[in-house]
Design a binder for this molecule. Structure first.
Ligand code: FES
Length: 155
């Protein structure tokens, strides 16, 4: 257990109403909500772990797996949608062999998120990779960018 998570779990609680804030803090501490955190939170709040899992699966904000090393955010806001972001999503997911709702590659290198407007609509369609914004993308450009990062990882 990392120190940040340990700190989260040591904070005082008043009852079940603390479940969501605790899960949010656990996710901040680890980047996702680990199984270890789930059982520790259940024990701390004296509720069954199944209840914690129920809340986790209800809210899309919670991640149950670690983020990939490279974070790819693709805008799905209106301007980007109109200018082809669904094709960018398809190209990137296909390049990374992501399917079935998976957002992280099996090797843990990439996580792909679909995000609402980044506020850079004049650059639509937009993708942000590791915090850097790429605009006026085509599916081909997006695919090449991802491929380049993947190749650098395997050098
Ligand atoms: S809609 Fe994509 S940046 Fe605004």
């Amino acid at each position: 257990m990392n120190d940040k998570l340990r700190e989260v779990l040591q904070a005082p609680v008043t009852g079940k109403g603390d479940l969501i804030p605790l899960l949010q803090k656990a996710q901040e501490a680890e980047g996702y909500v680990s199984e270890e955190a789930i059982y520790a939170i259940a024990e701390k709040l004296r509720i069954p772990a199944s209840e914690v899992f129920g809340v986790l699966s209800f809210y899309a904000q919670f991640r149950l797996r670690p983020m990939g090393k490279h974070n790819v955010k693709i805008c799905r806001g209106t301007a980007c949608h109109v200018r082809g972001s669904p094709l960018i999503v398809t190209a990137v997911e296909s390049e990374l062999k992501l399917g079935g709702g998976e957002d992280t590659t099996s090797d843990g290198l990439f996580t792909v998120e679909k995000i609402a407007c980044f506020g850079a609509c004049s650059l639509a369609p937009v993708m942000v990779v590791n915090g850097r914004t790429y605009g006026n993308l085509s599916p081909d450009k997006a695919r090449r960018l991802i491929r380049k990062i993947a190749e650098e990882e395997h050098v």
